[in-house]
Structure formats: structure tokens, C-alpha cells
Design a protein around this ligand. Structure first.
Ligand SMILES: O=c1ccn([C@@H]2O[C@H](COP(=O)(O)O)[C@@H](O)[C@H]2O)c(=O)[nH]1
Length: 237
């Protein structure tokens, strides 16, 4: 089943449990823990979520020299999470180091390792910013596909990209290479920092292997109803 990850972008565990208390069933629910929450609550809280039956995507977007990334990933591999992230622009050596670290850590724990997802270009980045701020002399699609291929050739299990890029990524890599898409917005959501956005049903049509939804759910007046609505849209196709 392709996951819908709810981004738990909250300040602390109290806010998380208050939010999750509204959900009738936690077992099997897919959530994403990012920097905001992890920097406050740390690995024990991640283990606590897993113990409650949640599938955890730990989105720390590692970016450092290969040795540091390898050691850090081996720590994350011991946590029992299902997915982790690294920046693809860190290069081939860094991606390989990330994979080695994950394999080492998860083998020590005796579990199947988490899937390694490489960030291509953040969904908050526009075509204009790519050129003017990063001085990238390629289109957004070319840059994303290039980074996806690099990730594919160097041990990643998939990438994070905008759903509009999924088809090109699958063509350049393999249909089994995962494309996980944040930048998901509902029809009536206000414009914010996300630049490359689609609705959940557009993501399905574009070949998405999983979506990440934060504020559309967490800031909703009825988060559970909004989640169910997105789930229906997601599963309709
Ligand atoms: O390119 C990326 C990579 C990661 N994210 C993360 O996904 C969620 C999206 O939250 P929304 O509130 O739905 O915008 C957030 O945790 C980001 O850190 C991303 O948006 N884009």
C-alpha cells in the first residue's frame, strides 16, 4: 500500500499525542518526524511512536562529509524507522556512505534496514530560485532527474521530489525506484512556502509512490476528516 505520511511538524511530544489522540486507529498509520520534533524529543520518542504501531519516516535530510553521514546513518539504522533521508546533492560518495551506515546499523539491530530516500530539489524551490540562487544551469526537471539518477546508481531506494517530476524519474531509473512526494496541497489551501505543488489525486495520476502531507492536515479544523478525505482521493485511482 502506497503510504500517506502525515508530517508531524510539532514542537514537542505533548502536541503530537494531542493530535494523534483524535485518530481512531494508530496501528499502521504512517507519520513523518522531521527536524523540529526530533531536535526536541530525540530517538526515544521515535521508538515510542514505533512501539505504538506507527510507521515512522525519519526526515533529517543528512548532508555532511561521507564519514560523518555513514556514522550518523548507522545510528539511525538502529532505531527501527522505515524511511530516512539524505541530500542527493551531497554526491555519490556521500550516498554510498549513507547506505553503508544504514546497512551496518540495521544489521546490528537485526532488522530490515530503512529505505534510503535522497532529496533531489526541495519542493519549496522554484525554477527561478534554482537559477538565480543556486546558479544551476539546467531546468528544474533536468536537475531533479540528474540527482535521482545519481541516487539510484549509488544505493538509494528512492527520492523525494515534486510529483510533477515522477514520470521522468521513473523513466531515468526504474519503476521500482520510489518517488515520494511532499508539496501536496488541497484545492482551497492558501499559497505558502511550497512552490511545486499538486493535489493528492494529481499525485496519483502522476505516478507517485507515496505522499507527505503536513499543514493541510495538521492545521485543519478537523484533521481526521481531512486525512480521510485525502485518503479517499489517494485510493480512488
Ligand atoms: O522537498 C521536500 C522535502 C521535505 N519536505 C517536508 O515535507 C513536509 C511538508 O509539509 P507541508 O506542511 O505539507 O508543507 C515538511 O515536513 C517538510 O520538511 C518538503 O516539504 N519538501
Amino acid at each position: 500500500m502506497r503510504p500517506i505520511f502525515i508530517a508531524l511538524d510539532f514542537k514537542n511530544r505533548t502536541e503530537v499525542w494531542n493530535f494523534l489522540a483524535e485518530f481512531p486507529e494508530l496501528d499502521g498509520l504512517a507519520v513523518k518526524v522531521g527536524m523540529e520534533l526530533f531536535y526536541m524529543e530525540g530517538p526515544d520518542f521515535v521508538r515510542e511512536l514505533i512501539a505504538r504501531g506507527l510507521r515512522v519516516f525519519l526526515d533529517l535530510k543528512l548532508y555532511d562529509i561521507p564519514h560523518t553521514v555513514e556514522q550518523a546513518m548507522s545510528q539511525l539504522g538502529r532505531l527501527g524507522v522505515s524511511y530516512v533521508t539524505v541530500h542527493g546533492s551531497g554526491g555519490a560518495e556521500m550516498l554510498q556512505a549513507a547506505k553503508r551506515g544504514l546497512v551496518k546499523g540495521s544489521q546490528e539491530l537485526g532488522v530490515v534496514g530503512p529505505k534510503l530516500l535522497a532529496i533531489t530539489q526541495l519542493t519549496s524551490m522554484s525554477e527561478h530560485q534554482l537559477k538565480s540562487e543556486q546558479l544551476v544551469n539546467a531546468t528544474m526537471a533536468e536537475s531533479v532527474v540528474h540527482l535521482a539518477r545519481l541516487a539510484y546508481e549509488n544505493g538509494a531506494d528512492g527520492v523525494i521530489a515534486a510529483a510533477v517530476e515522477d514520470e521522468l524519474i521513473h523513466q531515468a531509473t526504474s519503476s521500482a525506484f520510489l518517488t515520494i512526494n511532499p508539496g501536496i496541497r488541497l484545492e482551497n489551501d492558501a499559497q505558502d512556502d511550497q512552490k511545486r505543488v499538486v493535489t493528492p489525486s494529481q499525485a496519483v495520476s502522476l505516478g507517485s509512490d507515496g505522499i507527505v502531507v503536513g499543514r493541510s492536515i495538521t492545521s485543519s479544523t478537523n484533521p481526521v476528516a481531512t486525512y480521510q478525505l485525502i485518503k479517499q482521493e489517494w485510493e480512488r485511482k
